[in-house]
Write a protein that binds this ligand. Structure first.
Ligand code: HEM
Length: 372
């Protein structure tokens, strides 16, 4: 609980925001809401689980059985995540897309990473100075944003060619008479928001499973609830969006501080999620802590669920939460059921922030087909 002080004793924190107003840019949340949910129920479930996902597992299996070395898992997971969002946009016809989509998506992912890297550097310097002085970091940032938007437009334009066949979200957006420019921005937003977040959450989860043999075994019993707890627990330890930022809409008292209206707030959910006052044994990977019925839970006295908010909260929280949870549960259960996993990294893997929480080194997983 927050300890309140007399107002006169409080420190007044005033901060200047260096964020430049970005003109003519709309995000998905600025858009008018569709009259009804575009895709609901079982269809969404099917698309988020990714009909293509099961095929992918078969392809992975066949390649491994033929002795092919498993490709880079990070880019495979990115491809799977992108497939899910493309499935949702194009519906049941998405599988007819040409191969060069994968290439474009991988370029898109690389230029997104550059945006993340340069944005992280820009955090330490006032952005308007960088802009005025035309520093390299600013030029790199601009270049990566331009390239990402260019690729986003290209990918969307190709999808628009298929829109008449589509029975997905793209078709619904055109039926709402949205302009092609707005649709392009929404599609780019969705691909950007969905790709890295789900990829790295899946990667962290697989890494934790390779280090927790008992949990890995338990995950194979086919209990979907338990898989969900695995994903939740992994996001508590490694929230890919480790900081939530808000501008205070009104004067607020927070702990010992009186903060004026307009103050930018950064909340570290990485820290609150690993605080022992919020979660007993905070650094241990214990998915059963989320299961009210599990007898082992009685030893974990502290349990404050709102202290971990991987999808944020409120009107600007993640709109893809349901899709992400469905997709991640499906990925994890498919991978753990079909494969044995090993992590070959010798050095300790730490997390670093590059806008999102990523490992500080490439993770080298070996997969082998599991005998069932
Ligand atoms: C593990 C996966 C994901 C995590 C951890 C995650 C996390 C978040 C968080 C924390 C925010 C809010 C940022 C803030 O409040 O400042 C957010 C926003 C958003 N997310 Fe996700 N996300 C995930 C997957 C997805 C997916 C799959 C989609 C799309 C299908 C998506 C679409 C969006 C969009 C469009 C926003 C912006 C919402 C707005 O500004 O109103 N996210 N996400």
């Amino acid at each position: 609980m927050f300890r309140l002080k007399k107002i006169s004793q409080m420190k007044i924190v005033k901060q200047k925001s260096y964020i430049l107003p970005v003109k003519n840019y709309l995000t998905i949340s600025d858009m008018p809401k569709p009259k009804s949910l575009p895709i609901i129920g079982t269809k969404l479930e099917f698309l988020a689980a990714g009909g293509a996902n099961k095929d992918t597992m078969q392809t992975w299996k066949l390649n491994l059985e033929k002795g092919c070395r498993f490709p880079n898992i990070e880019s495979e997971l990115y491809r799977l995540s992108s497939n899910v969002i493309i499935n949702i946009l194009l519906g049941t016809h998405s599988l007819e897309l040409s191969d060069h989509y994968n290439e474009m998506l991988s370029l898109f992912s690389d230029s997104m990473k550059k945006i993340f890297q340069t944005t992280t550097k820009l955090y330490s310097i006032p952005v308007n100075w960088c802009q005025k002085l035309n520093l390299k970091v600013w030029r790199d940032f601009k270049e990566s944003v331009d390239l990402t938007l260019f690729l986003g437009r290209k990918i969307t334009r190709e999808m628009m060619f298929n829109k008449n066949k589509s029975d997905g979200l793209l078709k619904r957006m055109t039926e709402e008479n949205m302009s092609p420019e707005i649709i392009t921005r929404i599609v780019s937003d969705l691909i950007i928001a969905a790709g890295d977040t789900t990829t790295y959450t899946a990667l962290w989860t697989l890494l934790l499973l390779t280090r927790n043999e008992d949990t890995l075994k338990e995950s194979r019993k086919g209990d979907q609830k338990y898989i969900k707890y695995i994903v939740k627990e992994s996001m508590r330890l490694y929230p890919v969006a480790p900081f939530l930022t808000r501008i205070l809409p009104q004067e607020t008292i927070l702990g010992d501080y009186k903060l004026s209206k307009g103050t930018p707030i950064i909340a570290s959910i990485y820290t609150t999620g690993r605080d022992k006052q919020n979660f007993s044994e905070p650094n241990s990977f214990l998915p059963y802590r989320w299961d009210k019925t599990d007898p082992r839970k009685k030893d974990l006295i502290n349990h404050v669920p709102p202290a971990t908010l991987p999808f944020a909260l409120g009107s600007r929280s993640c709109i893809g939460k349901k899709i992400a949870m469905k997709q991640l549960s499906e990925f994890i259960s498919q991978i753990t059921y079909n494969f044995d996993l090993k992590c070959n990294n010798n050095q300790q893997i730490k997390s670093v922030t590059s806008q999102i929480l990523i490992p500080d080194q490439n993770i080298d997983f070996s997969l082998s087909v599991r005998k069932q």
